[in-house]
Design a protein around this ligand. Sequence first.
Ligand SMILES: *Cc1c(COP(=O)(O)O)cnc(C)c1O
Length: 394
Amino acid sequence: MEGEINFTFVLMKQKLKFNSRTIHGGQHPDVAYGAVMPPIYQTSTYRQTSPGQHKGYEYSRTHNPTRTALEKSIASLEGAQYGLAFASGMAAIDSLTKLFLPGDHIISTNDLYGGSYRLFENVFARYDLKFDFMDLRDIKHLQTLIHESTKMIWIETPTNPMMRVIDIKAIVEVAKQEDILVAVDNTFATPYLQRPLEWGADLVMHSATKYLSGHSDTIIGLMAYSCPDIDERLKFVQNASGAVPGPMDCYLTLRGIKTLHLRMERHCQNAKEIVTFLSNHPQVDQVFYPGISQDSSFQLPKGQMRDFGGMISFQTKTKDLEKIHQVLSRFKVFTLAESLGGVESLVGHPASMTHASIPKRERERSGVFENLIRLSVGIEDVRDLIQDLKQALN
Ligand SMILES: *Cc1c(COP(=O)(O)O)cnc(C)c1O
């Protein structure tokens, strides 16, 4: 199949700017009929003309042309050599973690997606993988935790839900001395705002369920990296374990990615206005947003993010759980729901929703108390969003 595509066309596309690669990366008019959009190859298997003679595709767990287009698209956006798609963000992290062996040690952000914590601590710890969770802004502390079994540092930045920004380059400098893999969950930032491979990370993971697909209509995970050895090992696990997305989900994500740059601009713009509103609201205590430094002992890494995204957390002044639940139930434009990154605004209560799988003590150590509310700011008219916050916080 690849052989039939005009090669200069593909080369030209690799040179395009980011906002063009969202639309063209990994995609080319369909060879069969010239369809401009990538066809949804809804097939499990492919005809062989004689055993082993085929056009590069044998079985859709291993490869599927719609999935290939998406895998090339994420590689193009992250500036990577390779991309891989999985059935969910968790399936991507699961496959990556399967590259390690019993006794291997992984250091992770302590303020992270609840499902990632659960997978590490409640699934992989049973296979004797060792985990440490820490505030990765503290490089000195990180150095004390590294030992000869340490194989990976798992960074989520901005962190979820506290929106702390972790310095990828500073961690890479420490990790490279010890040959430790650095992987970044780039779900909150997206490649539009932050490209971890450019700061030296080895691997980027996305819950593309969120901003990349962008319309809250699919569950899907992506990885991007440039090392051929990682590619070989991850592709092996992807095929052996089989947690792959269907072609329809790949198509929806490709379609979402085409407007990523436009959506992200508006998410950022709306979020900034809401941060200003919340910061001046009498019922609001602290506001957490990646552009706001939370702790003077940690500097925000310069230039790591182009802008600060659409995710905001804030503490209500009241700590009365019943009152907090009343606030959450009053929203009319924001929808009270799990997840984030869609065109529509969502509100969530991390302590009882996204982060309920993290033990209370661990959760509160990273700052997730019951009075924390998390917003995924959508791309609606910001005046409607502020009006909704006003009436809900009242
Ligand atoms: C949602 C999310 C995940 C998990 O992805 P799924 O697609 O839900 O499996 C991982 N990391 C972050 C930061 C997330 O927001």
